[in-house]
Design a protein around this ligand. Structure first.
Ligand SMILES: Cc1cc2nc3c(=O)[nH]c(=O)nc-3n(C[C@H](O)[C@H](O)[C@H](O)COP(=O)(O)O)c2cc1C
Length: 201
């Protein structure tokens, strides 16, 4: 069964422009995949904790067995997030720009996926991603204009992180200038059109 995982990371919830673009894409995906399963991981409603010293040591395999109940819970949470990701054929990520970066909740989630020997490994030729065969759609929303400028720390970061873990099939749809008056309307309408094109491709 085709499975789509939606990562919801807007502080505005379903009102967020990234969430609305995601909903538009997913509605069309469901029409094309009537038997398909959509899993929503709302990282705002149900945040993954920030890495702390203990979490880092557990996820890097630095803690000797037996793990305490707390440590085991950290590992179980990371494993569950990974299983969920691995079960998906397609991953739709709404990524708002907050203070020049991705939402902190999305960073925490990614921090729990980056595990040596599980999602990436280092070889003599450098890093190798271990998550294969995923299609990713990034819906990047911003108040200003940053696309393809050196000050874009949102989309290049996401592509780098996903690619590091092996997810290189990434389509990006930008909705920029959302705080810039009349430009916002045009920008959203362009993004919606691109969503429709991609969803029908
Ligand atoms: C806390 C916060 C910080 C923001 N920081 C930026 C920023 O650094 N640059 C920018 O262009 N827009 C910034 N914005 C505007 C958002 O990127 C814009 O409202 C976007 O639509 C948010 O995505 P969403 O609608 O999917 O939630 C910020 C918005 C909020 C709420």
């Amino acid at each position: 069964m085709a499975t789509l995982l939606h990562l919801q990371t807007s502080l505005s919830g379903t009102e967020g422009q990234s969430a609305q673009l995601a909903a538009r894409y997913i509605a069309q995906w469901q029409q094309r995949n009537p038997q398909g399963q959509v899993i929503v991981r709302d990282l705002i409603a149900d945040p993954v904790p920030h890495l702390d010293s203990e979490r880092m040591q557990v996820l890097r395999g630095m803690v000797e067995a037996p793990l305490s109940a707390t440590q085991q819970a950290v590992l179980d949470q990371s494993d569950a997030l990974l299983d969920e990701l691995q079960a998906a054929d397609e991953i739709v990520i709404g990524v708002p720009l907050y203070n020049f970066s991705i939402p902190t909740q999305l960073k925490s989630y990614l921090d729990h996926l980056a595990r040596a020997g599980v999602t990436f490994r280092y070889t003599e030729n450098g890093p190798e991603g271990l998550i294969a065969g995923k299609k990713v759609v990034l819906l990047a929303t911003r108040g200003g204009l940053y696309r393809e400028q050196g000050i874009d720390f949102q989309v290049p970061f996401m592509k780098q992180f996903l690619g590091f873990m092996g997810m290189t099939d990434v389509d990006v749809i930008y909705a920029e200038g959302l705080a810039m008056g009349p430009l916002a309307k045009q920008s959203l309408s362009d993004a919606q059109q691109q969503v429709d094109q991609l969803a029908q491709a």
